[in-house]
Ligand binder design. Structure first.
Ligand code: KIV
Length: 276
């Protein structure tokens, strides 16, 4: 069966090559984050194409205010777990703050560590400064697939001062557009567009040959990504307009825990059939 262009999930392992075929055929690329084997397995079984082990692990799992403190060792730890849990999806590891900005050499060494120690299929990094573009060239020339990330780049929160949408004024929009073009020219296989106007994302998507993956960037991107805890409603206090909640796991889990506590207190759990 020719899956490219059909609505069925192609059972073959997802590769960067496959993502390019999907863009060329107009098939949307479905991406979510994950940080452990348990969730990775569910995402694999439900046909998610790409799993990003985002540095959002800092906010989601570690309870941090920003992604800045996340370390290379932590990303490697979580990526190893995700790789154990998922077979079909392309697994991408996020490069944490200050693991790729100092020099192209250091970025290259750190990306190499991620690839060797985790078995993932590529790395993602935020921004498109000259050092970062050099790093992307160096990595891609050596066989490390790189996903870019422009628009709102959370690792630069202290420069931006807020998580507001980027690229609303023409000058900033032009600079985001140019960053995406430069990343493609440096060899990136895809670019995440975060929290930018839909018409800017459309222009970038139509200009680039490589796939664009949107988060808060409208419907025209080649694929979409969300943080899995947001779309499952596990997070309660984070409600940006770009998140659609497909479940309310916060309530489901709370209700189950309340019921368990009640049963234990009433000596209703465990019952005879749950005992030895
Ligand atoms: O860290 C992350 O989860 C990300 C996605 C939101 C794109 O960078």
């Amino acid at each position: 069966m020719d899956y490219i262009g059909s609505k069925s999930v192609d059972p073959r392992k997802v590769t960067t090559f496959r993502l390019q075929e999907m863009k060329n055929a107009g098939v949307k690329i479905v991406c979510l984050t994950a940080y452990d084997a348990l969730i990775a397995r569910i995402l694999d079984e439900t046909g998610i194409d790409v799993i990003l082990v985002g540095d959002s692990v800092g906010n989601v799992v570690q309870g941090l205010e920003t992604t800045i403190p996340v370390t290379l060792d932590e990303i490697i730890y979580h990526t190893k777990a995700v790789v154990r849990g998922a077979k079909r999806p392309l697994i991408i590891a996020d490069m944490p703050f200050m693991t790729f900005q100092v020099s192209a050499d250091e970025a290259f060494t750190n990306a190499g560590r991620i690839m060797k120690e985790t078995g993932c299929g590529g790395v993602k990094l935020e921004g498109a400064s000259e050092i970062i573009l050099q790093a992307v060239r160096r990595m891609t020339e050596s066989g490390i697939p790189v996903m870019g990330h422009v628009g709102l780049t959370p690792q630069s929160i202290h420069k931006f001062g807020s998580y507001r949408a980027r690229g609303r004024d023409p000058k900033e929009a032009e600079s985001i557009f140019q960053d995406a073009v430069n990343l493609e020219q440096a060899g990136a296989f895809a670019v995440v567009l975060e929290k930018i106007p839909a018409d800017l994302a459309k222009r970038i998507t139509e200009t680039l040959k490589i796939p664009t993956i949107g988060i808060g960037a409208g419907p025209h991107c080649d694929g979409q990504i969300l943080v899995y805890t947001d779309m499952l409603g596990l997070t309660k206090d984070f409600n940006p307009r770009f998140v659609r909640r497909y479940a309310n796991l916060y309530e489901t889990i709370s209700e189950a825990c309340r019921k368990y506590a009640e049963d234990v207190r009433n000596v209703d759990f465990p019952n005879e059939s749950e005992s030895y």
